[in-house]
Write a protein that binds this ligand. Structure first.
Ligand SMILES: CC(C)(COP(=O)(O)OP(=O)(O)OC[C@H]1O[C@@H](n2cnc3c(N)ncnc32)[C@H](O)[C@@H]1OP(=O)(O)O)[C@@H](O)C(=O)NCCC(=O)NCCS
Length: 225
């Protein structure tokens, strides 16, 4: 059954202060599984640094409970370094054990997809260590299609792992790309708020404004001032 709008947690941009909770969600996937190919889990400080640097140009969302706890997160990061790749992003999502299978991954991904479209990214990719039925279902529900498998590409926890790749066209392939916008621009234009309101419960306007400021996205950055 499709979860109701009311049962959805609130979605917002991550802030550096979320680092401890985000690191706690991510850590078991580094240490106990091959879902992530990292073998040492980043600590709170490293996660704070990741959030701060990624969010200069890419969206990182968290889903938060009524009491403000981080239930899970999703972000879009750079696909590869070289310049011609700059319209391509990699999606990923991690939820805490209590948050799974409640439609939260879907809500985070729908919002992430719309934000990336609004920023001007054209292609999204996802690498999934196989097997991972939950992740494959989530990606395919959003519209990702399987494009291939890297066989035995990672060795972790005593064995080789395959990684399947999925891709999604965010903008039509006929569209000539324009330079991706910054997060600050879509905060200032109101697009970000509209997207987050559409996919999850939002906080009161003052709370959203405060969290946006905490993330360092003052509207004055939007016009380059
Ligand atoms: C993958 C993950 C983010 C999915 O988020 P989620 O909130 O549980 O997913 P949703 O509830 O939005 O469900 C999305 C779809 O996947 C399906 N699904 C979710 N968990 C599933 C599972 N364990 N087995 C089979 N299908 C599953 C749902 O039924 C739904 O499909 P439907 O609407 O067609 O029925 C979550 O399971 C998770 O954090 N897993 C551990 C970390 C991970 O693997 N991250 C991905 C790294 S590539």
């Amino acid at each position: 059954m499709e979860p109701t709008h009311r049962s959805m947690p609130r979605l917002r941009l991550a802030v550096p202060a979320d680092a401890a909770e985000v690191a706690a969600i991510y850590s078991p996937f580094c240490v106990e599984t091959a879902v992530s190919f990292e073998t040492t889990a980043p600590d709170e400080g490293q996660m704070r640094e990741r959030i701060s640097s990624l969010m200069q140009r890419y969206p990182w969302l968290v889903a938060v409970s009524e009491t403000g706890d981080v239930l899970g997160y999703a972000y879009a990061g750079k696909h590869r370094e070289r310049a011609a790749y700059r319209w391509s992003v990699d999606f990923t999502a991690y939820l805490g054990p209590e948050a799974k299978r409640r439609g939260i991954g879907t809500a985070l991904y729908r919002a992430l997809m719309k934000i990336c479209q609004s920023l001007g990214y054209c292609r999204a990719f996802a690498g999934i260590t196989l097997p991972n039925e939950a992740s494959i279902r989530l990606h395919e529900k959003i519209g990702f299609r399987a494009i291939g498998v890297y066989r035995r590409v990672g060795f972790k926890l005593g064995r080789w792992h395959d990684v399947g790749w999925w891709s999604l066209d965010l903008l039509s392939e006929e569209d000539a790309p324009t330079e991706p916008k910054s997060i600050a621009e879509i905060v200032a234009s109101g697009e970000l708020k509209e997207i987050l309101e559409g996919e999850g419960r939002t906080g009161k306007p003052a709370q959203v404004a405060r969290e946006t400021r905490q993330a360092g996205f003052e509207p004055r950055f939007a016009d380059g001032a």
